[in-house]
Design a protein around this ligand. Structure first.
Ligand code: KG4
Ligand code: ZN
Length: 371
């Protein structure tokens, strides 16, 4: 029972083939170099690139699948050990329905519909953020790592489009045919009111002339300064009891700071590393303090983290320290490709949250832009 999953929400054209939580095939075709010159994702360029790549990427994934022996994945010695997977083993198509760039999502959704129709199998719409949320529990084809998905956990979703603290809880509901099924219920406890954390890093990098995407280059510069906080940039909303966050004021502060209007004159070239390090600390400190409150409020000490920004080693370190303080655990995406956008997490989310996703309703008519 395999799922072919597609994600075209931003600047990666991605197709994966999954079996439960196991990833048999993952193909990610990045457009990042096409977007670098624009300093961000250009929607028209993204749509054309997805249209050009989607069929070749699906075909590459299917070809890889046909090269995999069934017993290599399941260790099932009773079956014909020479048997390879074929397209006929695929029993569902999962596709990101949003949030993301609607004209880019549309390319993936159209292709997914076509395949589901051709193969006469169900189509499962998946929320992109549910993909990031379950990305810490994605396994390789051998079932590693074998981390269980907890019944109750907190999730930090931190990417270029989102910064959310979500409470996830397994519960039983009645399905359409009246049988009882387990689903995860998501409650957003707090989220950014304006820019996402990754977006703030991208905008700061742009202001500092560092190009796109900003997160990785800021991380590198900050590391050269041992992640010290030289300028104590503001942490908006940090004193408020709410778990919501805000990063646009921090970005505006940086504009004035670079103009020398914050009582200190800096040379943005000579002090580039100090500025990058201080900015990164401000963003991460704001997130960590809100998470600290979320843990105190809910008493939940298992944290799973997903989204592009979690590739950042400084953030991982701060999260480990936070969970150590609470005597809890933090679970990261186990493989690097799972931090960025990828279809593997979409296939796994379809498996773990599928029944709930299909109850969401008329998603087919329009890609959904928020959840
Ligand atoms: O999840 P993702 O690939 O796309 C969205 O769904 O948004 O996240 C992209 C974001 C960008 O803002 C990028 O700057 C950030 O993730 N990012 C990082 C790092 N690598 C990517 N931020 C901080 N440190 C990194 N190493
Ligand atoms: Zn994403």
């Amino acid at each position: 029972m395999l799922t072919l999953a597609i994600d075209t929400s931003a600047d990666e054209t991605s197709v994966a083939i999954t079996s439960g939580r196991r990833v048999l095939v993952s193909v990610v075709s990045s457009q990042i170099t096409s977007h670098k010159i624009w300093g961000g994702i250009n929607p028209g360029v993204a749509r054309l690139a997805h249209q050009k790549r989607i069929t070749p990427v699906v075909n590459r994934a299917l070809k890889k699948l046909q090269g995999i022996k069934k017993d290599a994945v399941h260790g099932d010695q009773s079956s014909d050990t020479s048997a390879h997977y074929t397209t006929k083993d695929i029993s569902a198509v999962a596709v990101t329905r949003g949030p993301g760039l609607s004209i880019a999502l549309d390319v993936g959704i159209t292709k997914a519909r076509e395949l589901a129709q051709e193969w006469q199998i169900p189509l499962i719409p998946v929320n992109h953020m549910a993909g990031h949320l379950f990305s810490p529990f994605v396994q390789n084809s051998h079932g590693h790592p074998d981390t269980e998905v907890p019944e109750r956990f907190l999730s930090l979703l931190i990417s270029g489009g989102h910064t959310q603290i979500v409470q996830c809880e397994k519960s039983k509901v009645k399905s359409q045919n009246d049988s009882s099924i387990s689903i995860y219920e998501f409650t957003i406890l707090g989220e950014t009111m304006d820019d996402a954390a990754g977006e703030a890093l991208d905008k700061a990098a742009k202001m500092l002339g560092l190009g796109y995407p900003g997160g990785p280059v800021i991380e590198r510069l900050a590391k050269e300064m041992a992640n010290r906080d030289f300028y104590r940039f503001p942490r908006p909303m940090i004193g408020l009891p709410t778990l919501d966050m805000s990063f646009s004021g921090l970005k505006t502060h940086l504009v004035y700071f670079l103009r020398g209007e914050k009582g200190i004159i800096v040379d943005p070239i000579a002090q580039l590393r100090e500025i990058a390090s201080s900015f990164q600390e401000a963003v991460f400190d704001a997130v960590i303090r809100k998470l600290d409150k979320a843990i105190a409020q809910t008493g939940i000490t298992t944290l799973a983290v997903g989204g592009g920004v979690i590739a950042n080693k400084r953030l991982r370190h701060l999260l480990r320290l936070l969970m150590k303080k609470h005597g809890g655990t933090v679970i990261f995406p186990p493989y690097k490709y799972l931090c960025g956008d990828n279809a593997a997490m979409i296939g796994v989310a379809a498996h773990l949250a599928g029944p709930m996703q299909t109850q969401v309703g008329d998603w087919m008519s329009e890609p959904r832009l928020s959840w």
